[in-house]
Design a protein around this ligand. Sequence first.
Ligand SMILES: [Zn+2]
Length: 281
Amino acid sequence: MKYVPREIVDEVNVTPVHPLVNFGYLIGTVVAAAVTVYVGLGVAGAQIAARLGPNAENRIGEVIFENVFAGMPLVQDGPELKYVQTLAESLRSDALKQRPDLKLHILEEPLPNAMVAAGGYVFITQGLLDEVESENELAFVLAHELGHYENRDNLRSLGRSLVFLSLNSALATTGVQLPPLLTGSMSLADLHYSRDQEQKADVYAFEMMYERYGHVDHTLDFFKRLNEQELDLGAADQLLEWQSTHPLTESRIEYLEALANKRGWSLEGEATALQKSRQIR
Ligand SMILES: [Zn+2]
């Protein structure tokens, strides 16, 4: 028997859109709600972490150092470590003196990089120390990290990571798994900052370099050389490594130089010699 559909008289309740489109909207709403919760939790975690007192910050820093960094090859002693420690200490602002002491470590790692973790742990790689050609370059890198530290950027990232790691393990007990896209970047050593955070740390460091040397010449030379290496395939990996934590692109250099012009900070001046270990041994 042939099916004859009943004629629809009243079309008020009939939706003119295809059911699949409606389904798409439903999925879209669920995803949007999930993203909102996810972002909200991240913001909450970051806010809590940004309000930690120095004692809590110190303890968290110790735990992370023991679990993440202590197993890495660190330079234990020597004149180079002492020199970098003294230089970093001399860059400590009054605001940073209220926070946990700086604990500077040199990582025996050939790729140039630097980072700061919760509790004042500053890491600089041997590769970076081998690459810098003046104290101005090294001081800028250290001051940039201290900028992240003073602005509590590292604690905010940590708070976010802690919330997601907890959420992930709580969900795991119920059999639910967060998509790898969300969990992939979670780590206690997550040090990816936003463009805005990077720019603030840059300006913080640049201003400090002007106060220290009376000009801002040579402070960006290391990054200018890195950018030139971009064309050189051999150095591509090195650059990639640096950029993964500290994208200091040409536009950021241009921004800082424009800022120097605006504020009347001289872009011309003498370089301060680096106290390289081979010179003091
Ligand atoms: Zn940075």
